[in-house]
Design a protein around this ligand. Structure first.
Ligand code: GLN
Length: 526
């Protein structure tokens, strides 16, 4: 067993430049070389987790197998690495303060004054080390940007770890190219390096995020001004797909260099399988995703559904199909006939509900491949109840608490929670087993009778209505062991009409897409 090595990824100049992708790519390079790698992300917000944040505020909420509602970067880590990470690997300022205050009340500091430094960094370090136990390499992504007040304790924790363990510090920095100049500028990065040094860290590598590869002139500028050899400036240019970044790094011998710094044996690897998935497909399908979270402008929209987007595209890559997604505002449904398939993703609250129901009706009546996820399944039941079972104005009690036909109702254990306004981490969350009925479409797709998928919901198909729904043609092909909660539904005489109470996007990986997405994209192919 090796002593754990640490790689710290810190951001400079501005956020949102792909720290999660860089972290995932570096982790992948080591994993390919058979090193045991884990990833930790530290977020500087006071929320205990991302579960209470709206997707347009913080991007999509990622659900871990152990029931965490955490930062969407974990989606990238799990998709790249094809591993399950624990919710413990997402540390937030909120968790750290909460623990330190609890410790203080429990008298654990033995009469000492409890202070920002050292107690907050110490608790951060303790948590990082707990995650790193048993791994050869632990990559720590520090949220925010250098110079933010809020991530200072994390920098102290990183420094403290680096005094005791072999570590490398990476600064991912942005090199802008102002259109009126047409030239890549290195000055903001010089300032970011300065800022990091003021906190006592000299970056071992600069990862240069820019439109293009960084040329020798710019590298020399950094080398001279910041005393960092130009061989330690790694280009991270704009690229057709994020999954090509590990290959871009390989070309620059980045892993070889890191192995040297960390005193690790360098091993040759074969990327051909990975590269095969990056070839441009010849076929194309067009999918309409009926969405709600678009109220801050189109440019931000896809981020709210990032894992569904990735799951669709990766399933397509796997079978040689380019998946084109149109994100359609549920309040403004346009011509759906031009699409090869319709997907209704998860969501909360009443906005856009009737539009989603209309889209499902269209898919059902026109034999269009349809995939419903979580809320998408609940609304498929509402639509079927209204239009096939003739239970007029049937609804979910989340949308209409007084509906005459509550075909979707709150889970019994959730009633008390809502009454007491306990919203954080209280849904039915994380990996749960789904039992699949033999000889159904779901069974054909998964190829087995028992699967594990990830959940995040408060409402369920009301057990009082399953009989009438079944009589009229819905097949519940997946359920809990006790058959109380319906977890998959399908229609018999339809090309592909499947809806699930879980989120298959959370278990869909780049090299290993979820079977449901594979089945859906295949069904969409002409
Ligand atoms: N709002 C629904 C529920 O709580 C669906 C949740 C979801 O789509 N993730 O059950």
């Amino acid at each position: 067993m090796l002593e754990t090595r640490y790689i710290f990824v810190i951001g400079g100049v501005l956020s949102g430049i792909g720290k999660g992708i860089v972290t995932s790519s570096i982790a992948k390079m080591f994993q390919k070389r058979n090193y045991k790698v884990t990833v930790v992300k530290i977020d500087p917000y006071i929320n205990i987790d991302a579960g209470t944040m709206r997707p347009t505020e913080h991007g999509e909420v990622w659900v871990t197998d152990d029931g965490g509602e955490i930062d969407e970067d974990f989606g990238h880590y799990e998709r790249f690495l094809d591993i399950n990470l624990s919710k413990k690997n997402n540390i937030t300022t909120g968790q750290i303060y909460f623990q330190v205050i609890k410790n203080e009340r429990a008298g654990k500091y033995l009469g000492k004054t409890v202070q920002f430094i050292p107690h907050i960094p110490e608790e951060t370090e303790r948590r990082i080390k707990e995650c790193a136990k048993g791994y050869d390499i632990c990559i720590v992504e520090i949220g925010g940007t250098i110079g933010d007040y809020e991530n200072i304790p994390f920098i102290f924790a990183a420094k403290s770890i680096s005094l005791k363990n072999r570590s490398v510090f990476l600064l991912l920095s942005y090199f802008p190219k102002p259109p009126h100049l047409g030239e890549v500028k290195s000055k903001p990065t010089q300032h970011a390096i300065k800022e990091l040094r003021q906190l006592g860290i000299h970056p071992d590598y600069i990862i240069a995020r820019a439109e293009e590869e960084i040329d020798e002139i710019r590298k020399q500028k950094i080398a001279i001004s910041s005393n960092i050899d130009s061989s330690r400036i790694i280009s991270d240019p704009d690229i057709d797909t994020i999954y090509r970044i590990p290959l871009v790094f390989e070309k620059q011998d980045f892993c070889k260099k890191l192995c040297k710094n960390l005193d690790l044996e360098y091993r040759d690897v074969d990327w051909s399988e990975w590269e095969k998935l990056l070839e441009s497909p010849k076929k194309q399908v067009n999918i309409a995703m009926i969405c709600k979270y678009i109220d801050i402008g189109n440019s931000k929209l896809p981020d709210s559904y990032v894992s569904v987007n990735e799951a669709l595209k990766n399933a397509g890559r796997y079978i040689g199909v380019n998946v084109n997604i149109d994100w359609i505002d549920a309040k403004d449904l346009k011509n759906l006939s031009k699409y090869d398939g319709i997907l209704v993703p998860g969501g909360f609250g009443i906005s856009g509900i009737e539009g989603k129901i209309n889209a499902i009706k269209y898919a059902r009546e026109n034999n269009k491949p349809f995939l419903g996820l979580c809320l998408g399944m609940q609304l498929a039941v509402v639509e079927f109840a209204r239009n096939v079972c003739k239970l007029e104005s049937a609804n979910s009690t989340e949308i209409d608490p007084d509906t005459k036909y509550p075909v979707v109702d709150i889970l019994p254990e959730q009633k008390e929670i809502i009454k007491n306004s306990k919203y954080g981490a209280t849904m039915r969350l994380g990996g749960q087993f789904v039992y699949i009925k033999s000889n159904t479409k779901a069974w054909n797709i998964y190829g087995k009778n028992k699967i594990k998928e990830r959940f995040r919901h408060r409402y369920e198909i009301n057990p009082d209505y399953t009989k009438i729904l079944e009589e009229k043609g819905i097949i519940f092909s997946g359920y809990t062991k006790d058959k109380r909660i319906m977890q998959i539904l399908e229609l018999k005489n339809h090309k592909f009409f499947i809806a699930v109470q879980f989120h298959p996007e959370f278990t869909s990986r780049f090299e290993n897409p979820n079977p449901l997405f594979l089945g859906f994209v295949k069904a969409c192919c002409p």
